[in-house]
Design a protein around this ligand. Structure first.
Ligand SMILES: [Zn+2]
Length: 69
């Protein structure tokens, strides 16, 4: 579990430096890298953001949780 915490802290640190995340940041962090598919546009450019507990499509900009509510 300590490893996951380190990865999370690394993401927060990247955010401070860059002011926003890139997909590559998540890939580098190796967090929840499932082949997610967007519920809106079926793109696979969807990354799960553990800090908010939701996934975001970088193609259409839809948070996956929104359409599930
Ligand atoms: Zn999409």
């Amino acid at each position: 579990m300590g490893k996951s915490k380190d990865q999370f802290l690394h993401l927060r640190q990247s955010r401070k430096e860059q002011r926003h995340y890139s997909v590559q940041d998540v890939i580098n962090a190796e967090i929840n890298l499932e082949p997610l598919e967007c519920v809106n546009c079926s793109s696979t450019e969807v990354t799960y953001h553990q800090y908010v507990g939701d996934a975001y499509c970088s193609d259409c900009g839809v948070w996956q949780g929104e359409s599930q509510v």
